[in-house]
Structure formats: structure tokens, C-alpha cells
Design a protein around this ligand. Structure first.
Ligand SMILES: [Zn+2]
Ligand SMILES: [Zn+2]
Length: 343
């Protein structure tokens, strides 16, 4: 089969590789669409140490079952499916509690790190355990279904955060996750959603997707503006969707006393924390990782148009053009959000 392989750091090539084997508990999915995630783009240069070559990346995918293993009961060739980006074991203490994102034996598709190597979906076929499959609604095209994963991350973060009806939320960072967070916050009943970024086109998109206020933090003192918008109190909750020092700092400084900050972004492993602000203002800090059970709901919401992936989809391209699109994303071409490759 054809696959887009990270041959060495910074070098992708579309080439012939052996078909993955399909073990009894697995299905072989003929991939119809697979989104390029920011973590793939950040990972391809070796900086995150989670894309060790050679590896087929890709964990945001949708397709059609080509082969169903003998134990994959209820799944058949021809079924239109998507799957969790995380393979979980289903039997450890965390899985049994429903916290599948914290599974002791967690493996993310398309990731190779110190502990494991799991081929991903930038390929004609990918093998996944039937446990992580979800059936696609008939009206949901593959390219949009491939974008369900970022929405599950956003809804998981919103569910992690204790909020009251009509609260004010700040979303720091309007990339893919920030823009799905804006939509999730709108559905969760937030009264005011303040989106912060430095790119005017992303802020405009945030406004069209439900942000009530937008702030360009390159131009204004965002923390002060948020105080102004909230009568000097601060936001009830802040969602951080970048993961660098300046944005974590902003998220913490714009929260009201007794408020909460939910940390989703993690492009850097460590940041400085304004400790005294967190302690003296009694802030709650939540970490939020991937998702745990939000897929079916997100697919249903996409199907009926309650959440919209279309404005986030910048381009679709054949797998053979993958290296060029990775390059454009790596160089941070303005206006590019999600690019979906079609094997
Ligand atoms: Zn991702
Ligand atoms: Zn487990």
C-alpha cells in the first residue's frame, strides 16, 4: 500500500510499504481522509520526541472498513467509520473507570516515542482495534468526520471545567483546538466567550463561530481588556489552547478570584507559573488530555449541524502532496488551519 512516511526528522516521502496485518480484534480501515494535526507538524522536526522516524503519522481519520477481524463483532466490510486517536486497553483500572484517555497502556495512533511505536493513518490502510471505532452518520462526509477528534478534545476540556450557566469563558489561542473550544463553550451555555489570539483572521473566525468578544493580544493588553469586559472581576474560566509561557500566564491572570484555568495546549514541556496569583486568588487548574467518551456525541452534533467543522477545513489534497502541505504548515502559512489528506 501507499503511505506517507516520516523517513527522518523533517523529511516525508510517499512510498510503498507492507500492508498492516489485521489481528482478530482489529479491523483494517481503508482511510478516506486524515487530518494533519499540529502535533504532527511540531513532531516532525524531532522537537517533541514523539514522532521518531521511521513512522507513518496521522490520528484524525475516517474511512471504510475493508477487513473485519474474527472478534470484531458487529463490524463489517463497507461500514463507514472513524476512530479514537488513542488506543486504550479497556481493562486497566482507568479504562474501567471510563477514563480511557488515562489508560495505563495508552497508545496514540501515528506516534512513536520511547515506550511504543503505533503506525497511523496517512496511509491507504490502518489497523485499529474494534473497541475504538465509531460509526459515521450517513450525512457526514469523510473530510468532516476526520475533524471530529479536535472537537472531542474541546468538549472534554469543557466537561473537565466546573462552570455555572452564563459564566464568562476566555479561550486563549484560536488555532484548531481554540476554535473548537469556542464552539463547545457556546453549546455548554457560557454567556460570554472571549477569544484571544494574535492572528486577525483566526479572531474573525472565532467571532463567526460564537465568540462574543475577540482580543488581539499583539495589539492590546488582553488581561486588562478582560478585566474591563467583566466589571473588573475577571473571567470565570479560562481555557489555554497553546501551551507556552506567555499564554499560560495570560490565562491565569485573566481568571477571576476563585475561578478556573483549564490547560489543554502543551507544545512546551515546561512553563513558568505565576504561583502567587494561583494561590492567593484560589484558582483551580485543570489539565485536560485528549478525550474520554465524547466521540459519539460529537459525531451526532456534527451530523445535525450544532457544531461545524467546515470553516476549519482549509484544504483537502491527495496523500502524494502530503510532504508539500506539511511544509506549508510547518512554515506557519497564514490562514492555514486544518489540511486533510486523502489516500
Ligand atoms: Zn491531534
Ligand atoms: Zn486501559
Amino acid at each position: 500500500m501507499n503511505a506517507l512516511v516520516l523517513k527522518e526528522y523533517g523529511k516525508l516521502a510517499c512510498e510503498e510499504v507492507p500492508m498492516p496485518e489485521c489481528r482478530p480484534w482489529e479491523v483494517l480501515v481503508a482511510v478516506k481522509a486524515c487530518g494533519i494535526c499540529g502535533s504532527d507538524v511540531h513532531g516532525m522536526d524531532g522537537s517533541t520526541r514523539r514522532r521518531r522516524p521511521p513512522i507513518i503519522m496521522g490520528h484524525e481519520a475516517a474511512g471504510v472498513i475493508a477487513v473485519a477481524g474474527a472478534d470484531a463483532k458487529g463490524w463489517n466490510p463497507g461500514d463507514r467509520v472513524t476512530f479514537d486517536s488513542t488506543i486504550y486497553c479497556g481493562v486497566c483500572a482507568f479504562c474501567r473507570r471510563g477514563q480511557v484517555n488515562l489508560c495505563d497502556d495508552r497508545r496514540v495512533l501515528g506516534v512513536s516515542c520511547e515506550e511504543y511505536r503505533q503506525p497511523g493513518a496517512f496511509a491507504e490502510f490502518v489497523a485499529v482495534p474494534h473497541r475504538i471505532l465509531y460509526r459515521l452518520p450517513d450525512n457526514l462526509p469523510f473530510e468532516q468526520a476526520a475533524l471530529v477528534e479536535p472537537f472531542t478534545i474541546a468538549f472534554h476540556a469543557v466537561r473537565r471545567t466546573v462552570a455555572t450557566l452564563n459564566d464568562t469563558a476566555v479561550v486563549v489561542g484560536c488555532g484548531m483546538i481554540g476554535l473548537t473550544l469556542v464552539q463547545a463553550a457556546r453549546l455548554a451555555g457560557y454567556g460570554r466567550i472571549v477569544a484571544v489570539d494574535v492572528a486577525p483572521e483566526k479572531l474573525a473566525l472565532a467571532a463567526s463561530l460564537g465568540a462574543t468578544d475577540i482580543l488581539n493580544s499583539a495589539k492590546v493588553d488582553a488581561a486588562r481588556e478582560i478585566l474591563g469586559l467583566t466589571g473588573g472581576v475577571g473571567a470565570d474560566q479560562a481555557f489555554e489552547a497553546v501551551g507556552v509561557g506567555a499564554t499560560v500566564d495570560l490565562a491565569i491572570r485573566c481568571a477571576r478570584k476563585g475561578g478556573a484555568v483549564t490547560l489543554v495546549g502543551n507544545v512546551t514541556p515546561q512553563v513558568q507559573l505565576p504561583l502567587q496569583v494561583v494561590v492567593t486568588r484560589e484558582l483551580s487548574l485543570y489539565g485536560s488530555c485528549a478525550s474520554a467518551g465524547e466521540y459519539a456525541a460529537c459525531l451526532a452534533m456534527m451530523s445535525r449541524g450544532a457544531i461545524d467543522a467546515k470553516p476549519l477545513l482549509s484544504a483537502t489534497a491527495p496523500l502524494a502532496e502530503g510532504a508539500a502541505w506539511f511544509d506549508r504548515l510547518y512554515r506557519k502559512e497564514p490562514g492555514l488551519l486544518k489540511v486533510v489528506l486523502k489516500p
